[in-house]
Write a protein that binds this ligand. Structure first.
Ligand code: GLP
Length: 241
């Protein structure tokens, strides 16, 4: 793992955006895995700034998001599809047909999970996966205890994850109980992974990642088994190391 500890969130965002920007420029045809949550917002903002200065050709860019809440429609401001459209896809001018987010409204969730996995395979897999991390070490919505053999699947969200995300929903009762997420195997299949961690809330997860054993009680630790991971964290996330 390539570990970079930097001063603050602004630097994480700038470095992450440059990393993603360079990959899109170098490769032309590229498939990105994308994350939601607060952490990647700075990356997306900065990527759009770089794109304004020197426009990227997005005609051969394909994206797959990690996860989506079950029961939130694409036009719900709480859905990750809505978040991605607003924060990145529409301002970047990427045709939405080239972007993929699990369908949280699918009548048959299992069929939707299979369709999502099949689509990732069909395009040749993910070149670069951007990841955040939950306070409990979850990646995507793979909560502690998730099998490392998991592919895209439906999950029940832990109470700590629902509490952490309640601020986006106004109140805890409005936070969905279930989500669809890429599994650990789906994430590890990416050729390259860029993990972002900012703030004290992520410090414990960083201790497990850098100093602990690989265990599914801290899903993020599975990244030690991947050959091409860059971790960008700020001094607060690194404060317990
Ligand atoms: C959510 C998302 C994750 C994200 C995590 C951390 O649960 N499903 O993909 O990494 O939260 O979010 P934040 O960046 O807001 O701390």
């Amino acid at each position: 793992m390539n570990i970079r500890i930097v001063k603050d969130y602004r630097i994480i965002s700038e470095m992450a955006a440059r990393h993603v920007y360079d990959r899109i420029r170098q490769k032309g045809k590229v498939t990105l895995g994308l994350a939601t949550g607060d952490t990647p917002l700075g990356l997306y903002r900065e990527l759009l700034r770089l794109h304004q200065e020197h426009p990227l050709n997005v005609s051969r860019l394909t994206t797959f998001n990690l996860d989506e809440y079950v029961g939130e429609a694409a036009d719900s401001p709480y859905s990750y599809r809505y978040y991605m459209n607003q924060q990145l896809f529409l301002p970047l001018g990427i045709p939405l047909a080239q972007t993929h987010v699990p369908n949280g409204m699918a009548a048959d969730t299992n069929a939707e999970c299979e369709r999502y996995e099949a689509r990732m395979k069909e395009v040749g897999g993910i070149d670069l996966q951007v990841l955040g991390v939950g306070r409990n070490g979850h990646i995507g919505f793979n909560e502690p205890g998730t099998s490392f053999d998991s592919r895209t699947h439906k999950v029940e969200l832990s109470s700590s994850t629902r509490e952490a995300n309640a601020k986006h929903f106004g109140s805890l009762e409005n936070v969905p109980h279930h989500a669809i997420t890429m599994g650990i195997t789906s994430i590890l299949r990416a050729k390259e992974i860029l993990l972002l961690a900012s703030g004290k809330g992520k410090a414990q997860a960083m201790v497990h990642l850098l100093e602990g054993e690989v265990t599914n009680e801290w899903p993020v630790t599975v990244l030690k088994q991947h050959a091409n991971v860059t971790v960008l964290m700020d001094t607060e996330a690194a404060s317990l190391l």
